[in-house]
Design a protein around this ligand. Structure first.
Ligand code: NAD
Ligand code: MG
Length: 386
């Protein structure tokens, strides 16, 4: 029986690479549903190629256009809206849900998929940043496996195979350092979104590329690792490793360190999440260690304020990571559209953390309120950080 996959965010960087993986294994995988936010044309093209049972466009304004584009495909159901995302993941035939959409929008459909006991292939790290404890508890309660797609977390997950009985001493989370690794404070003041969008080793969607330049992405990944692997944040060490060859490593109590290496290619962690515990063939470049000199550095928390703020959010816990995520979504978008500076992003997030209502033990409703409040505060602050 072919596994039926629902891809949330199929038109994005992860989504399209997942479709490439599926195409390489037509005997194993089938697309059940494809979804996007705005890119109607691309979604319709994907639907014509992969013949899913359903497509969902999250932005309802595009419903008519999508329906017209697929009017000759009577076997493909067309839906629109956020609610439809939550419903499609619950459909009976779905075996796996790949959460490849961006930001807080990933939280609600992931919760629905967990409650429907689907296997979650989690790319949307914001879900664990916002509500890691809630997601972890629900996944346990509903016996829904969560397989990491983020390359570092897939690496850690791969290092942990066969180690069920062994305690983790330390996680070594690697980080490329982004395009501004060697910039001084003066240079950082003037960088543009175009500069930040040129990532040295990975090609990704716009939001995560900016988060990688500010190192907020690494802060989020510490939170993600904490909830995925049940390891306290003080046992997760960030190592700047500019070559992006060691995707992360785990140290055990006997001092042994296991690492996972490979060329930077997201299709590998996507495929491993689909096929675990099996490994499947994957075409593409192979690692040639003769070509690389591997280096490691401490991250600079003064230069990269966003990483320091993420650590602060972990320390404060409760809804603080949710506040940081919301402020970051606003600041990140503002920077991309020239409404605030690169360093302004950190200032906006810092001040939003100080102003938003803190809750030490939030539930789902609190996360929704927190997200809305923090976005509102961050938007107001934006005007000061041009
Ligand atoms: P992207 O911007 O390339 O694609 C995002 C996809 O989600 C698109 O299909 C878009 O239509 C959809 N989408 C966006 N906002 C939405 C909303 N509000 N509601 C519904 N759908 C929405 O992003 P990406 O780089 O593919 O990243 C996707 C997720 O995977 C992010 O959480 C990111 O942090 C994570 N991730 C990405 C990479 C990577 O290499 N791209 C690596 C690790 C983790
Ligand atoms: Mg990553």
């Amino acid at each position: 029986m072919k596994k039926q996959i629902c891809i949330l965010g199929s038109t994005g960087s992860i989504g399209t690479q997942a479709l490439d993986v599926i195409q390489q294994h037509p005997d194993l995988y089938e697309v059940y549903a494809l979804t996007a936010n705005n890119r109607v044309q691309e979604l319709a093209e994907q639907a014509r190629k992969f013949h899913p049972a359903a497509v969902v466009i999250a932005n309802e304004d595009h419903y008519k256009e999508l329906s017209e584009l697929l009017s000759d495909q009577s076997d493909i159901k067309v839906y629109a809206g956020k609610e439809a995302l939550c419903q499609i993941v619950e459909a009976d035939p779905v075996d796996m849900v790949l959460t490849a959409l961006v930001g807080f929008a990933g939280l609600a459909p992931t919760i629905h998929a967990i409650k429907a006991r689907k296997k979650i292939c989690l790319a949307n790290k914001e879900t664990l940043v916002v509500a890691g404890e809630l997601i972890r508890n629900l996944a346990t309660q509903y016996h829904a496996p969560i397989l990491p797609v983020d390359s570092e977390h897939s690496a850690i997950f791969q290092c942990l195979v066969g180690e069920d009985e062994n305690e983790i001493d330390k996680i070594l989370l690697t980080c490329s350092g982004g395009p501004f690794r060697l910039f001084d404070d003066e240079q950082l003041k003037n960088v543009t979104a175009a500069d930040a969008l040129r990532h040295p080793t990975w090609e990704m969607g716009a939001k995560i590329t900016i988060d990688s330049a500010s190192l907020m992405n690494k802060g989020f990944e510490v939170i993600e690792a904490k909830w995925l692997f049940g390891v306290p944040a003080d046992k997760i060490q960030v190592l700047v490793h500019p070559q992006s060859i060691i995707h992360s490593a785990v140290q055990f109590t006997d001092g042994s360190v296991k690492a996972q290496l490979g060329v930077p290619d997201m299709r590998l962690p996507i495929q491993y999440a689909f096929s675990f515990p099996k490994r499947l063939p994957l075409n593409g470049e192979r690692l040639n260690l003769f070509k690389h000199q591997l280096e490691f550095f401490e991250p600079d928390l003064e230069k990269f304020q966003c990483l320091a703020l993420a650590f602060e959010a972990i320390r404060r816990s409760g809804n603080m990571p949710c506040i940081v995520n919301a402020a970051n979504e606003i600041a990140n978008e503002g920077f991309r559209h020239g409404r605030c500076s690169f360093l302004g992003m950190g200032r906006i997030i810092e001040q939003t953390m100080a102003k938003a209502t803190f809750d030490a033990s939030p539930d789902y409703e609190v996360y929704v309120q927190t997200d809305a409040e923090a976005r509102h505060i961050a938007r107001e602050l934006m005007n000061n950080y041009k």
